[in-house]
Design a protein around this ligand. Structure first.
Ligand code: FES
Length: 104
């Protein structure tokens, strides 16, 4: 288990753990209800899932929806901020890069 995922029995606020599974580029990742898509990705050990125009890796930078570094496609909706979107069981997440969108 990742050190970033607090077990429900160790959570100081007493949340209940409801498991969910999303897929990221077809790979199933487990999370818990209430986590953002970025939270599930980080808990799985991923630190980046996108590339910038220069090819540099991007992931969570601000974590509050301001920088847009964490963009992913969720259920075919492009440019979703992973740090702002709550993961839902069955979400199909695909990574994206600025180069594939034709942006400069
Ligand atoms: S990490 Fe900055 S918008 Fe998501």
């Amino acid at each position: 288990m990742s050190p970033r995922l607090v077990r429900a029995d160790a959570d100081a606020v007493g949340r209940r753990e409801s498991p969910l599974t999303i897929t990221v580029d077809g790979e199933p990742l487990d999370g818990v209800a209430g986590q953002t898509v970025a939270g599930v990705l980080l808990a799985s050990g991923r630190r980046s899932w996108r590339t910038g125009p220069s090819g540099s890796p991007r992931g969570v930078f601000c974590g509050i929806g301001v920088c847009f570094d964490c963009l992913v496609t969720v259920n075919e909706e492009r440019d979703v901020r992973a740090c702002r979107r709550r993961a839902q069981d069955g979400d199909a997440v695909t990574t994206q890069s600025r180069a594939e969108a034709g942006e400069r």
